[in-house]
Structure formats: C-alpha cells, structure tokens
Design a protein around this ligand. Structure first.
Ligand code: PSU
Ligand code: MN
Length: 316
C-alpha cells in the first residue's frame, strides 16, 4: 500500500496514466543510463528508440527521473533531451531521493532509485542495461551497490543483461541468494556479463518462455515474498564484445580507479566512463544493442504478466 502522501510526490505522464487506467502493460526505464551512461546525442536517440520499440510491442514506456521536485513517471521528448544534454543531473539512488525531491534539482535515477519510484507508481517490470553489484575487493571497501538491497526489498522485476565484469559477479550472486532474490535467465543457462554473453556463472533458473517467467514472478508475489526478481538475458551474439578485450580494459579501469583514490558513488560512473573511453566508443554499439534486446524481453514479460489473472503485488 502506498500512502496519499507518497503519491503527492509522483506525477505520471498522460500516456502512462491512460495505460494504467486501461490496464495496459507499462514498463519502467531508468534515467541514469541517459544522463551518465552514454554520450549525447546517442543517449537521447537510444532512449527514444527504446521507447518506440516498447510502444510498437503494445507496452507503454515509463522513463523515470526526478524533475522539479517530483518523481516523474513517463517523460516528454523535451524532458529526455534535458536529461541527456544538461550534464547536471544528479545520480539518484534510494538515499539520494529525498534530497533531490526536496531541493527540486534534476535527478537521474539508478536501478535502485528507479525501482523505488516504479513500485510507488504500481509498475512491475523495469528494463535496464546492467544492474549494480558487489564490487571487486568489497571485502576491504564494503562497496556493494544499493541496487542489490533494493532488489531484496522492492517488488519489481528487473530485466537486464546481467552486470558488468567491473564487478565481482560471483559475490553479486551470493548476495542476491542471501537476500532471497531470484536470478532468472532467458536465452541461456548462465548469468549474462553485459558486454559479453557468458559470465561463467549459472543463474538460478532458466526460463525462456515469457508466460513461465510471469508465472514465477506472480507466484513469488502472491505468496507475499516481497522483493525483486532479476531476469538476465545476454546481448545478441553479433553485438557482443570479445572477452579478452573487455577483460583487459576492465583491469586497466580498475587500476586507474584505485590509483586515483576514487570512492563512493563516483566509483561506478568512473569505471563506466573509462571503459567507454578505452574502447574508443566501440562499447556504445554493444550497449545500445543489449538495451534494445532487453526491452523486447521486458515487453514480452509485461504482456505475459498482464495476461495472467490479477494478482497481489506486495507493493513497495
Ligand atoms: N552498470 C552499468 N551501467 C549503468 C549503471 C551500472 O552497466 O549505467 C548505473 C545504474 O544506474 C546502476 C548504477 O543502478 O550505475 C549503480 O551505481 P552504484 O554502483 O554506485 O550503486
Ligand atoms: Mn558503490
């Protein structure tokens, strides 16, 4: 249950409000990927393309950001442009949300931030590129993305291409297991590793059929088992990067972060930025291809969930 007070901080776009009123499926999209994940104008173009792809499949896209002191669920074209262009948007995870709402500054929501907003807005499926996770060396630094804690508590299904190998993917799976977050895989047995298809680590369960994914998720939430579900799907083979190349670049980016003493919320954007620079932009094409593919998988899941009998999402 969400309170009226919580709802007073939310504004839905007209198309999202209309879709929800009509019981049509809606898929959430994050905005950190637009503001911090890709260069302008590719970021805005890709955001528009992913939205169009979802609409073409009969699903309403709801890109989520914080604008003018409100959680905005569904953005207009000029708002996507603002996020992609301004360079000023703050990275908004769970802990940052109150400050950005209260101050009225521009905020780009991370996976965790987007999950909070999606759950409050009654959206069950969220498509992104890759989730945050347990960083390499977290035994020393305690650097574990708030995305994982959000998955533990907030009932939203997150469709992604796994997570980047800048992270310790084995420890990320351990953390998710401890917190009761199922990791489903679509299209292969193993967790995807973002730029490459195979992390070498098995997901909990392979479910290729959207109807089966939907039944799994509905069963979880019907039981009152609050919390998210990860649905991992690999980048299409023709767009994947070579493992050796991405491993070498990741190693270099990690060493640079250490040498420069990068800490806290700056770590992930620093690593992503260096990988982008070191691959000379080649990683961008992979990024765009995997996002489009994730959107297709997410749309099929949202349609399958909508086709099931109505439910009981435990809510935020
Ligand atoms: N991983 C990616 N691309 C991204 C991010 C992570 O491959 O854009 C962004 C997402 O918004 C994610 C956030 O939620 O970084 C995680 O940041 P941190 O590790 O500081 O929690
Ligand atoms: Mn961190």
């Amino acid at each position: 249950m969400t309170t009226a007070a919580a709802q007073s901080w939310i504004v839905r776009s007209a198309p999202v409000a209309a879709a929800q009123a009509a019981g049509r499926p809606v898929v959430a999209l994050e905005s950190t990927i637009i503001a911090h994940g890709m260069p302008y104008p590719d970021n805005v173009r890709t955001a528009r393309e992913v939205e169009a792809l979802l609409r073409g499949m009969g699903v309403e896209p709801a890109t989520i950001a914080v604008i003018g002191g409100r959680m905005r669920i569904g953005l207009a074209d000029d708002e996507l442009e603002l996020l992609g262009r301004s360079g000023q948007a703050q990275k908004v995870s769970r802990r940052d949300l109150p400050g950005v709402l209260a101050s009225g500054t521009l905020g780009a929501t991370t996976v965790a931030g987007t999950m909070v907003c999606a759950a409050l807005a009654g959206i069950e499926v969220f498509v992104t590129g890759g989730i945050g996770g347990v960083h390499r060396g977290a035994q020393e630094t305690f650097d574990i993305s708030a995305d994982l804690e959000e998955l533990a508590r907030t009932s939203v299904a997150v469709v992604c291409a796994g997570a980047k190998s800048i992270l310790d993917l084995g420890l990320t799976l351990e953390y998710l297991e401890t917190h009761g977050v199922p990791v489903l895989s679509c299209g292969q047995d193993n967790l995807a590793a973002f730029y490459t298809r195979d992390s070498g680590l098995r997901a909990d369960l392979r479910l290729d059929d959207p109807a089966a994914q939907a039944r799994f998720i509905r069963a979880k939430w019907d039981l009152g088992l609050a919390g998210g579900v990860v649905l991992s799907t690999p980048v299409p083979a023709e767009a994947a990067m070579a493992r050796a190349e991405i491993d070498a670049i990741t190693g270099q980016a990690l060493a640079e972060a250490k040498a420069q003493g990068i800490t806290g919320k700056a770590v992930t954007p620093f690593l992503l930025g260096r990988i982008k620079a070191l691959t000379g932009g080649r990683s961008l094409a992979t990024n765009i291809a995997l996002l489009r593919h994730n959107a297709e998988v997410g749309a099929r899941l949202a349609l399958a969930l909508a086709a099931l009998p109505p439910c009981s999402n435990p809510g935020p």
